[in-house]
Design a protein around this ligand. Structure first.
Ligand code: ADP
Ligand code: GN1
Ligand code: MG
Length: 370
């Protein structure tokens, strides 16, 4: 990670105490995240500091406007429901000394920084091993969506245009194959062929939206399982984080990314594909947890398309990993040679596993609705 002067960054924010140290934190693929320790006399307190990835998010002030709006709304609903420890149940933006939600560096490339209260005694998991965690994580995402159903005001800013636009992602993929900027297409023949064979999955949900059967809502759009914090003591899914992609979207996409990241016991970049498959008991708990909250507002059509969301989001993210591999790893952080190709292969194996078990998955969702 680039050597930023975190002490100077921290001084821009409205925090008391003395800077002790900053350490790179977490395993996200996009932003540069640090845990910053401050000495506040009676105690030492941690804060999250993040440099927003400016290549990925073209307009960071708009990202922060969305986040401040949504976290304030969630906070006031939770307070009105009499929930205790609200600061562990929603992100809290620390303002700058000038009262803004972010600070922009001068010099360099003018990077954007923000800070949050560090939610202690909780953590995120890259892979889940236990069905209860799937229930809890999905319940937290479902609750988050429920709290946003009546977000007052205009729709949120679209922080990454066409983020889950499958047909557009497919065109980007085709372009990357044709350009073959790094001469890598020859090493990804099977994966390229897989995309051509399954690309039509991308057509289903946009078609349903066009027909007016599926509504556009305020959604999270990156409901990867390590974007929810699970309480260490109680195991409860306590707080949804990584709010950069909050924008108008579809509920089945949010459920879909939960299916992608929490029903397979292998890691997202597992090389041994024999370990990659959808685990039905994990799926069942995931669906139970999600519907315990989202069941209160989902339409029948959204419910019927939850599994479409699973296969579509897994395919779209596989497609994005493959495209990034072909373009020379320009988007996702990579930690080894061929990393994006490994990730794409894992996603495609999971798509196959979902297709093999689609009927059983539908039965599970239908049973929960009875
Ligand atoms: P990225 O967009 O790069 O994935 P995230 O916002 O998800 O960045 O943050 C990366 C990691 O940092 C998360 O997976 C989580 O473990 C940790 N994290 C983020 N925000 C907080 C917070 N407020 N309190 C505790 N941990 C956090
Ligand atoms: C990125 O930021 P992170 O690591 O939670 C990506 C998601 C992908 C995910 C794949 C803004 O999520 O869309 O699904 O990697 N976020 C963005 O692991 O592109
Ligand atoms: Mg994240």
């Amino acid at each position: 990670m680039a050597g930023y002067d975190l002490e100077t960054v921290v001084q821009q924010f409205d925090l008391s105490g003395d800077f002790v140290r900053a350490e790179p934190y977490g395993t996200g693929h996009i932003n540069d995240t640090y845990a910053v320790l401050m000495d506040q006399g009676v105690s030492q307190v941690r804060y999250i500091f993040q440099r927003i990835n400016h290549n990925v998010f073209p307009d960071p002030p708009k990202v922060m406007e969305n986040i401040v709006r949504v976290t304030s709304h969630v906070r006031s609903v939770l307070e009105s429901e009499g929930i205790a420890d609200v600061s562990r149940r929603t992100l809290t933006v620390i303002p700058t000394r000038e009262g803004r939600g972010f600070w922009q560096e001068t010099g360099r490339d003018g990077g954007f920084w923000r800070s949050y209260i560090f939610i202690e005694k909780a953590r995120s998991y890259d892979t889940l091993q236990d069905p209860r965690q799937a229930f809890e994580a999905a319940r937290a995402f479902g609750r988050f969506q429920r709290l946003l159903v009546d977000l007052p005001g205009e729709p949120l800013h679209e922080t990454i245009p066409d983020f889950h636009n499958g047909p557009k992602r497919f065109r980007d993929f085709e372009e990357a194959v044709q350009l073959d900027a790094c001469g890598r297409a020859v090493t990804a023949g099977d994966e390229i062929e897989f995309m051509y064979r399954h690309g039509e999955i991308f057509e289903i949900l946009p078609g349903e939206v066009e027909q007016g059967r599926i509504p556009v809502r305020t959604t999270h759009n990156d409901t990867k399982i390590n974007n929810v914090l699970i309480d260490d003591a109680t195991g409860e899914g306590i707080c949804v984080i990584d709010l950069d992609t909050l924008m108008p979207g579809l509920s089945p996409y949010d459920f879909g990314d939960m299916v992608r990241t929490s029903t397979c016991r292998a890691a997202e970049d597992e090389r041994d594909l024999s370990k990659v498959s959808l685990d039905l008991p994990m799926f069942e708990q995931l669906a139970q947890g999600y519907l315990s909250e989202a069941g209160q507002f989902l339409t029948d059509a959204e419910r019927q398309h939850l599994i479409t969301g699973g296969k579509m989001i897994t395919l779209i993210i596989g497609c994005r990993f493959l495209t990034d591999y072909l373009k020379g790893d320009v988007y996702f952080k990579v930690h080894r040679e061929g990393h994006n190709l490994d990730r794409a292969r894992t996603q495609f194996r999971l798509v196959e596993s979902i297709l093999e078990q689609e009927e059983q998955m539908q039965e599970i969702v239908a049973r929960i609705g009875e």
